[in-house]
Write a protein that binds this ligand. Sequence first.
Ligand code: CDP
Ligand code: CDP
Length: 209
Amino acid sequence: MKPLLIAIDGPAASGKGTLAKRLAAHFKLPHLDSGLLYRAVAWAAAHTSRTPEEAAAALEAADLDNPALRTDEAGQAASKVAAIPQVRANLLKFQKEFAHQASGAVLDGRDIGTVICPDAPVKIFVTASLEARVERRYQELRERGADTIKPRVLAEMAERDRRDSERAASPLKAAPDAYHLDTSDMDADAAFAAALAFISSKGFRSSGP
Ligand code: CDP
Ligand code: CDP
């Protein structure tokens, strides 16, 4: 049987990262949150003398550990550098190598099923209504102590959705053979259960208990 390679894509706060982490733990697979790469490139371009293209070419795994990459501002900055074709091209090799290691892997992002691993046997496109996603992101920000208001979260998320879907270079788009998982009315457990059912319908089962 081929290694289990799971490609997960979707917009901000759809729940793709949470799902990817849980699937990786369940199947004992390495996980790459590809959004972190774009966040790290934007951070390096703002804090060093490198251009975004140079930062992408020089990126190392250790650069992804920076806690400053987790903020909403970093997400907005990431979506700007992510529209530069040469930045995407310079991040391709790292992601393809991660995806095609012998153990299998889980990757989540915007173009995993369409560009990074169109050959993945399991592709999941996670969505949720804008209202549900704004509510989730707002709750997360409040829990982290951020001082924000819902209309601002909504405006920023709508802008990022638009930028990610309308750009020419690898826009956010479902692969033709992706399983669509709308999590608007699902908690993380229900989304995990639905994804597992889909993966087992493809003939993959976890080996451990
Ligand atoms: O990675 P992405 O931006 O798509 O979303 P996330 O960080 O995985 O999830 C955003 C928030 O939604 C987290 O607080 C999750 O606990 C929550 N959530 C979820 O992940 N899945 C659901 N089906 C419902 C809520
Ligand atoms: O967790 P959230 O969805 O808020 O953001 P993220 O996954 O960390 O992605 C941040 C930004 O990086 C996105 O808005 C995209 O513009 C970009 N990105 C991308 O273009 N391609 C990917 N495979 C992953 C992220």
